[in-house]
Ligand binder design. Structure first.
Ligand code: URA
Length: 278
């Protein structure tokens, strides 16, 4: 039992609601055993952040003097930069390095880790989610938290181990508080996701949830309408890949009743992989 500001006692329900509110706001980690006076720490911390940003920014190239670097890039320039970096990568290692060096997505500044991919790129089955959550950010791997554990169980249900699939996200940096990424954040990372798919060249691509499905398939249709249907994903070099959008495992954790449809989708994927899909 706790006391709130009104002088009345609050029950456990209120405590849980408050905890959920903190988690939604991004305060989802205990960073220290001792309380910290943030007001006293504010000035040095701000200086430290600027120093870190300068230290981690790429060295100015010949056409990039410190003076021009201080000018904000337009969204178009940043997007062109993303496209060029992604297109220049000819292997997954090169893509990882190019993406990690990309400075055009503000989420990089608040994330702990760059989360690229996990699993087997030769597997023929590629899952793409939205963006890392807290566990993924901590470990630097996609889908290792509660949603990832459910994804593992879903795969096992169709006799596939996590190592027999390749797993990544549209965005490799965790949005603060697990908020939905903005359209601009998705747009800046999309050229890398598209090149990622091109390089892996899976037989079946599975966008998980609305953000991945809509951005990859270039549609405004909702995930409830997209799931359960086979779609064609077209790469930038004009190859066709079979796509099977599915509900996001995090959604299934909140709405277990939707697992029934997902079970159907998984069986279709299994059939497609076995080569007996229509
Ligand atoms: N949700 C995602 O979309 N991706 C992850 O890696 C984890 C949770």
């Amino acid at each position: 039992m706790t006391r709130d500001g009104s002088g009345t006692t609050a029950d456990h329900g209120d405590g849980e609601a408050l905890l959920a509110w903190y988690i939604d706001a991004g305060a989802d980690e205990a960073v220290s055993e001792e309380p910290v006076d943030r007001f006293a720490a504010a000035r040095p911390a701000a200086r430290r952040n600027i120093r870190d940003a300068v230290r981690t920014a790429p060295a100015p190239g010949p056409a990039m003097t410190p003076r021009t670097r201080a000018l904000p890039q337009s969204h178009e320039q940043t997007f062109d930069n993303a496209r060029q970096l992604a297109a220049g990568a000819t292997t997954l290692d090169e893509l990882r390095a190019a993406f990690e060096s990309f400075e055009g997505c503000a989420l990089k500044a608040t994330a702990q880790n760059f989360v690229f991919a996990d699993g087997n790129p030769e597997a023929g089955l590629m899952f793409i989610g939205e963006a890392p959550g807290a566990d993924e950010d901590r470990q630097g791997l996609p889908f290792v938290g509660a949603a990832g554990k459910l994804l593992n169980r879903m795969l096992r249900a169709i006799d596939i181990d996590r190592e027999q699939a390749y797993i990544t996200n549209i965005i490799p940096w965790r949005p603060p508080g697990n908020r939905t990424p903005t359209d601009a954040e998705v747009a800046m990372c999309l050229p890398f996701a598209r090149r990622h798919i091109e390089l892996v060249a899976p037989r079946i691509l599975v966008p998980l949830g609305a953000v991945a499905a809509k951005s990859l398939l270039g549609t405004t249709e909702g995930i409830m309408r997209l799931r359960g249907r086979r779609k064609i994903y077209r790469t930038d070099d004009d190859r066709e890949i079979s796509a099977r959008p599915m509900l996001h495992p995090a959604y299934l954790l909140r709405r277990p009743a939707a697992k029934r449809e997902t079970w159907r989708d998984l069986r279709e994927i299994r059939r497609d992989l076995a080569g007996t899909g229509s």
